[in-house]
Write a protein that binds this ligand. Structure first.
Ligand code: FEO
Ligand code: CA
Ligand code: CA
Ligand code: CA
Length: 721
């Protein structure tokens, strides 16, 4: 284990006073940690754990990271580690089909000229162009270039939401919905009226996902607009509802009395790929799209038959009145008072077959309804398929689905049926470093009538079921990934402004204790987040128990306000908001400050790549005394450099970095630059400007875009030599 840097000793002192009551449980826990933590981890793990990754692959170029870290960024540009090139591959508004014109962003800032506000075809055109706020990326090889096809494939990207104040001149800035809601809502209504609803059609078409054929020639990636698999999926694309809640009375609507067919997907955030070559994408903040929950509750007093559907919303509450985008004024299904079940048909994980543009995307109710983030699949030793997913809200849970059936490589994409039947679990993290996957199974424990009448009720009300089972409320679970070399599982908790340690907090429709615990050890607000490392018992992804540890407690290792912790026993809660820990690595000068981990990915060398969303935060975050842009980081998970976190790329102003995705040979890293310029608006002149004109420059409105990052010269793995 590396020694603390000179001058760091005062900040590496042991357990704080507040941890004394935990001493006994911590001692048990640290006995486990002796196994999980430490630089020699891989050697210490049982062989079964090391071999667990079903997709374990060789690291043909060597595993070690070998780039020089970039400084933390504050300028409006992309900065990538020396020896690499970051090229823009796809921007919001780029055409995905031949004959479709690209968006003319130069028109957008003026309401009289904006093509989005003045064309009756604006929505139809957006449905043929790359959508807004690219988030998760999945690369699918196309045949004909060797079995791995690292130079020709399909890129499937989801579009989480529309940044309306950077798309439509006159759309109120987001913060005004908090400060002056009535006026902001009136301005939205005026835009809808002026455009005869076309603004809503643009927004709906800018959501969903894109599937695009891409090819690398002469070292450069480009889009094939004639690609036969090219496809846009939007908020209106017909989808099937599968699994235990398909056809459930709570999912039936006037438009779909079967409860098995829904239009569109919303708020698609992190995702994952399946071993049979499909994309999984999680619907996250779906509540924001629905309106008038208050009026629904009023209706219940007159119509008691509506009580069950109103109650089903209790743990994923909807806006009481008008929604910010006010789709309900144009498309009545978004009015919860009139169509109370429609919102329950969102908040699922969706499977998309990128190779078949006519395939019907499938909502997978067996994986539970919550704010899905990430959906990463691995094949367990038993042959069952496990899918890990986070629920991104303060004090929500980590989940795992394990299929009843076994993966059969011979049947290809028909394996998708595995995701319709299995066991959904929520995680409980115990203070002794052990954990349990708690099964959300109807008829077991508290999951019985009258609250639950079957497994359909359990998955629709998954959060409530996990409450009753005693799952551990976490600091906003984001992406969760399996290390292909070790089989260990890594889960990012992005941050939590609500982990205050003051008593109890109202969160997502219920009250929870807001004190620190072993897995969420910071109190006084967790501005920087943490990454949890899980070793499934027996190295089996189908196991119902596991060992766990904190891998990284993110932060600024040189912060004068906190300590760089270097030993596992230092992690006893409650920790201060500026304390940090990098798997025991102790040389602060060689660690890049890191906050708010969100999407993560592994290269074939078993190195963890971490994209951030909202790092910085001044005194409450990295405490660097200035605005800090989000970035991409890489860290070794084994060997002497385990825990040494290095910044690889810095994004432009206002963006988050999302969707890191490697080609099969690691020679290209795709990356989403989401919401550049967030915090500004297109106008009027008195409002703050975006602060970013990336990627087009020349003061043009910023555009969310996908980057292709490669070596600047020659071909080789990104970030390592
Ligand atoms: Fe859309 Fe959890 O970030
Ligand atoms: Ca995310
Ligand atoms: Ca990921
Ligand atoms: Ca996030």
């Amino acid at each position: 284990m590396a020694k603390p840097a000179p001058g760091m000793r005062d900040r590496t002192r042991m357990t704080p006073e507040g941890a004394t009551p935990f001493r006994e449980v911590m001692q048990q826990r640290l006995a486990r940690r002796g196994v999980l933590a430490g630089a020699a981890l891989l050697l210490a793990l049982p062989r079964s754990v090391i071999a667990a990754g079903a997709c374990a692959s060789p690291a043909p170029y060597g595993a070690a990271l070998s780039f020089r870290p970039v400084p933390i960024g504050g300028e409006d540009k992309v900065v990538v580690a020396e020896g690499h090139r970051a090229s823009v591959l796809l921007r919001w508004g780029d055409p995905l089909f031949e004959g479709v014109p690209g968006l003319d962003v130069a028109t957008l800032a003026d309401p009289r000229s904006s093509e989005l506000l003045n064309s009756v075809a604006a929505g139809a055109l957006q449905a043929r162009r790359f959508g807004y706020n690219c988030d998760y990326n999945a690369y699918f090889p196309l045949p004909g270039h060797g079995s791995e096809s690292p130079d020709h494939g399909l890129l499937a990207t989801n579009h989480e939401y529309t940044g309306d104040d950077l798309m439509f001149a006159g759309f109120p800035a987001y913060r005004r919905f908090f400060k002056d809601a009535a006026r902001a809502q009136a301005e939205v209504r005026a835009l809808i009226e002026r455009t005869k609803g076309e603004i809503v059609r643009v927004q709906q078409a800018a959501h969903g996902a894109s599937v695009v054929e891409i090819r690398r020639r002469g070292g450069r990636w480009s889009v094939e607009r004639s690609g036969s698999c090219n496809r846009r999926i939007t908020a209106s694309t017909p989808m099937a509802i599968t699994g235990p809640a398909a056809g459930h009375p709570l999912l039936r609507t006037e438009a779909d009395p079967s409860g098995r067919r829904v239009l569109g997907m919303l708020a698609n955030c992190g995702g994952g790929k399946t071993p049979w070559g499909t994309m999984l994408t999680g619907e996250e903040n779906v509540d924001a799209y629905f309106a008038n929950y208050g009026r629904l509750l009023e209706r219940v007093t007159q119509e008691p038959a509506l009580a069950p559907v109103a109650a089903a919303h209790a743990r994923l509450p909807l806006p009481a009145g008008q929604s910010n985008r006010a789709w309900e004024l144009v498309d009545a299904r978004f009015d919860a008072a009139r169509h109370p079940s429609e919102a329950l048909r969102f908040g699922w994980c969706v499977e998309i077959d990128p190779y078949d543009p006519l395939s019907v995307p499938r909502k997978l109710t067996a994986l539970g309804r919550f704010k899905h983030e990430g959906a990463n699949t691995t094949v367990a030793k038993t042959g069952q398929v496990a899918v890990y997913s986070g629920d991104d809200a303060e004090f929500e849970y980590l989940y795992k689905f394990v299929s009843a059936g076994r993966y059969d490589p011979a049947i290809g994409r028909a394996n998708g049926r595995l995701l319709e039947d299995g066991t959904l679990y929520a995680a409980r993290f115990d203070a002794d470093g052990r954990g349990r996957w708690l099964p959300l199974v109807f008829g077991q424990g508290p999951l019985v009538p009258p609250e639950f009448a079957g497994q359909g009720d359990v998955v629709i009300k998954a959060r409530r079921a996990a409450d009753l089972l005693g799952a551990t409320p976490m600091d906003r679970p984001e992406d969760i990934e399996v290390n292909p070399r070790s089989g260990r599982v890594y889960a990012a908790m992005t941050k939590s402004a609500k982990r205050l340690g003051k008593g109890r907090f109202a969160a997502q429709g219920r009250m929870v204790a807001d004190g620190a615990d072993a897995a969420n050890p910071r109190e006084g607000g967790n501005a920087n987040g943490q990454i949890v490392e899980i070793a499934e018992d027996g190295g089996d992804a189908a196991a119902e128990s596991f060992a766990w540890d904190i891998f990284i407690l993110c932060g600024n290792p040189a912060s004068p306000e906190g300590r760089l912790l270097t030993a596992a026993e230092d992690l006893a809660p409650p920790l201060g908001r500026a304390d940090s820990y990098f798997a025991g690595y102790g040389d602060a000068a060689r660690i890049s400050p890191l906050g708010a981990p969100d999407n993560i990915a592994f290269d074939r060398g078993g190195n963890l790549w971490i994209a951030t969303d909202g790092q910085g935060g001044g005194a409450r975050g990295l405490n660097l005394g200035r605005a800090v842009n989000d970035g991409l980081f890489a860290v070794a998970t084994e060997g002497a450099e385990r825990g040494r976190t290095m910044q690889f790329l810095s994004g432009p102003v206002g963006c988050e970095i999302a969707g890191p995705e490697f080609t099969p040979d690691d020679s290209t890293l795709f990356l989403a630059i989401q919401h550049p310029g967030q915090g500004g608006t297109l106008g009027p002149a008195s409002a703050p400007k975006p602060g970013s004109d990336w990627p087009d420059g020349n003061d043009l409105p910023p555009r969310p875009s996908v980057l292709a990052v490669t070596r600047a010269r020659g071909k080789g793995p990104v970030g390592r030599g």
